[in-house]
Design a protein around this ligand. Structure first.
Ligand code: SF4
Length: 778
């Protein structure tokens, strides 16, 4: 990114920072002289240990940051948090590098020259807000106050609800998108629609655990993974995966499976359980709805082990043995997954998995899918205007359920770029969401962004998406801000608070401060637009007068940010839970009922949070396991999990099915530039079966071209026997095209350059494992 400076004084300040941070893979203390740190807040001047919540992935483990002379020098796990159980993974430790990354966006920037060329001028915050205001006034005037012409998105993380309140509630757009439709919405939706809740999986309590493609020892190490690693001899772990992953190799049994055929395996296990009466009939009788229909359907379809062998390539004897062992176990659990959607049958697969867990009685009990008892936090009320001319969202057209909140990214993008949406989308606000790396078919994302009259990105890093923006607003990292207190977990519920560890570096700000500044600038001018086009508002002004109509109608966008986040957290917690709870949250970062009594170390570094009899394994709740979904049937889809021939694993001659995953060192593309993590896994390689590699004369480290119907990439080869001959794999999160991401620019290959953009029609989720590719040695 080339930044054209506008002030000599600021230029010097920026240059110093750049050169000082230039070799930032070293320890921050050795790098940053005291003179350029931020000694503005005295409490940070001495050694401090400040509890916070990690944001390097969605798990949100609790940590304690050691701060010396205003520098974060070390991160330790926080032993009080039941969710993270005294663990911080390598990514969590590398959070220090996210803070001190020399490539961070340091001050507000406005694009000069062509979109995507990476040329920006440094501006003040006010100049950035002014630019956004002028553009929005013009757009909304042309669109006659249709607020939905401003789309906005936010990836996973805290404060998402507040971001929605601002752009959805206050500004009034219907078009919010998040990561759900390129992540695990089918799993969440299938569980919700089948048992009325998304639940939580009690991995530690299970004595027979099946993982379908969940590579928990290699792609995501969270406390759940630690529970799996700590499984005792009497507990069994079975892994089903097209690749012999590290997780597979550590399991009691590994079953290789054809890509996209997991549903056939689960349907066959269901068939065997029903046919041979292995299931928990008492639970089924009490909790299942329409079981007779499901039973009849499964038996009629004859999902035998022999049939499943022909689909999955798992020998029928193994399917039969697996089923018997699963139903013989005291507390079996078919792990519901924590990953993106792979095949177009994903929703049906997740439904079949919940139903199989239900057949084993593994719902609302120890070792199963549990409902538990989360601690309820009070909601802050916000007065939102009603905009008469704001049109509805269109991305869920043609999708049966979809997420009303996070929508369907691929459907949205397609309608925008083909101009088949009912109205034009002219502006986009993007926060914590690297669209140019994380959505299949990057060329289409680029096209969509090029069509916008205004793109604003709030981010800490100059990502591939940031360099497509007109305005880049530097958000501070999670270590530089306090966030809203959050309620976690169901089995061992707790509240946790992300404290601010250090002051924001450079000119970065928290999201709340950014929206406050933007709100101040926008409230009145956008109200003027509504006055011009909104007849209801015109009537209201006649009746109440302009001042009252503005105030009572909720048009003041700053309303939410009149108090700072610390004050809001304090009031929220003290009002419902009292002063002591707030103090505990500030001091320890975590609170749960009886924490002083129940929290104890039971072994070196291993803690008990709740005594066994106080954990919420089972709760008194009315629920049904719904076998039959009428809405699906009405929309022409299978109301019960069903195999269709189109799901068969078939790959054209000389082609390979491309599958993707990730390394534990990276959280998708969000950590791609982190030099501490880069040191651990410098680049990605494509897995190719040894036999194929030999035929093509490809050796370890050779550069190969991987080509699909939408694009091609170059990547180094990793020939191995651990993958099916018709399948290739490489990890997501590599190769930034933004030159300002100096560690990840041009390094490795980005899977989304070649993954075709298809989505399933039940939740509108991108399906990642249906692309066939050709490979050749370069
Ligand atoms: S699993 Fe690692 S990266 Fe994720 S929140 Fe926990 S410590 Fe942070």
């Amino acid at each position: 990114m080339k930044v054209i400076e506008i002030s000599r004084r600021r230029f010097l300040k920026g240059s110093v920072a750049l050169s000082v941070y230039a070799t930032s893979s070293l320890n921050a203390v050795t790098l940053i002289p005291k003179s350029i740190t931020q000694p503005t807040n005295k409490i940070f001047n001495n050694l401090k240990e400040i509890p916070f919540l990690c944001n390097m992935c969605r798990n949100k483990c609790a940590g304690i940051a050691r701060v010396e002379e205003s520098i974060v020098t070390k991160i330790d796990p926080n032993p009080f948090f039941p969710k993270s159980r005294n663990m911080i993974c390598p990514k969590g430790n590398a959070g220090i590098q996210a803070l001190y990354d020399k490539d961070r966006v340091k001050y507000p920037l406005i694009r000069v020259g062509k979109r995507g060329n990476g040329n920006y001028k440094r501006v003040t915050w006010d100049e950035a807000y002014e630019y956004i205001k002028d553009k929005l006034i013009k757009i909304l005037d042309e669109q006659k106050d249709n607020r939905s012409t401003i789309a906005y998105c936010n990836g996973e993380g805290f404060n998402k609800d507040e971001y929605i309140q601002f752009f959805g509630g206050k500004i009034g757009s219907a078009n919010f998108l998040d990561e759900g439709s390129i992540c695990l919405n089918t799993k969440l939706g299938a569980t919700l629609l089948t048992i009325g809740d998304v639940g939580e999986m009690d991995v530690a309590g299970s004595d027979f655990l099946i993982l379908l493609g969940a590579n928990r020892f290699e792609s995501l190490i969270t406390p759940d993974s630690v529970d799996m690693a700590r499984m005792q001899k009497e507990q069994k772990l079975i892994v089903v995966d097209p690749r012999a992953t590290v997780t597979a190799l550590k399991a009691n049994e590994y079953l290789p499976i054809n890509v996209g055929t997991d549903l056939a395996l689960i349907l066959s296990m269901t068939y065997i359980a029903i046919k041979e009466n292995l299931y928990n009939s008492e639970f089924v009788k009490k909790q299942f709805k329409d079981f007779d229909k499901y039973q009849e359907h499964i038996l009629k379809e004859r999902y035998t082990s022999q049939w499943a062998e022909s689909k999955t390539a798992i020998p029928k004897e193994k399917i039969e043995k697996l089923t018997k062992e699963f139903f013989d176990a005291e507390r079996p659990l078919l792990y519901m997954g924590r990953r993106s959607v792979w095949a177009k049958n994903d929703f049906q697969l997740r439904r079949a998995m919940v139903l199989l867990n239900g057949l084993a009685g593994s719902i609302n009990r120890k070792g199963g899918i549990i409902f538990g008892e989360p601690i309820k936090l009070p909601q802050e009320e916000i007065n939102s205007p009603i905009y008469d001319n704001a049109e509805g969202r269109f991305d869920l057209d043609g999708v049966v359920y979809g997420s009303r909140k996070g929508g369907s990214w691929l459907n949205f993008r397609e309608k925008v770029i083909t101009k088949t949406a009912p109205y034009e989308v002219k502006a986009m606000f993007i926060r914590k969401h690297n669209l140019m790396q994380n959505m299949p078919n990057i060329a289409k994302t680029k096209k969509m962004l090029e069509m916008m009259e205004l793109v604003v990105v709030l981010d800490t890093m100059p990502t591939d998406t940031a360099i497509m923006a007109d305005v880049i607003l530097p958000e501070c990292t999670y270590l530089e801000r306090e966030d809203k207190v959050v309620s976690f977990n169901r089995l061992e519920p707790s509240l946790a608070l992300r404290n601010q560890v250090v002051q924001p570096l450079y000119e970065s700000k928290s999201m709340q401060d950014i929206l406050k500044g933007l709100g101040k600038k926008l409230s009145k001018p956008l109200f003027e637009i509504s006055k011009k086009y909104d007849e209801d508002l015109q009537d209201s002004i006649k009746e109440l007068g302009e001042k009252k109509a503005f105030n009572e109608g909720g048009y003041d966008f700053v309303e939410l940010y009149k108090k700072d986040i610390t004050q809001r957290n304090q009031e929220l917690i003290e009002k419902k839970f009292g002063k002591d709870v707030y103090k505990t949250l500030k001091d320890r970062g975590v609170w749960y009922p009886n924490i002083d009594k129940h929290h104890k170390e039971i072994f070196n570094g291993v803690y008990e949070y709740y005594p066994e009899d106080k954990k919420f394994y089972s709760v008194d709740r009315k629920f049904k396991v719904n076998c039959y979904l009428k809405k699906l049937q009405k929309n022409g889809f299978d109301p019960m999990p069903t195999w269709r021939d189109e799901y068969d694993f078939k790959v054209a001659k000389d082609s390979f099915r491309m599958i993707t995953g990730r390394y534990v060192m990276f959280t998708q593309s969000a950590t791609t530039n982190n030099s501490m993590l880069r040191d651990l896994e410098h680049t990605n390689h494509i897995w190719i079966n040894n036999k194929i590699a030999k035929e093509k004369n490809i050796e370890l480290g050779d550069l190969v071209e991987v080509k699909s119907s939408i694009g091609k990439v170059k990547i180094k080869a990793y020939p191995t026997n651990k993958i099916h001959p018709q399948v290739v794999w490489f990890a997501h999160g590599y190769n930034s095209t933004s030159e300002s991401m100096t560690n990840s620019y041009g390094n490795g290959a980005n899977d989304n350059e070649i993954i075709e953009d298809k989505f399933e029609k039940i939740y509108g989720c991108a399906t990642m494992h249906h692309t066939d590719v050709k490979i050749r040695k370069l």
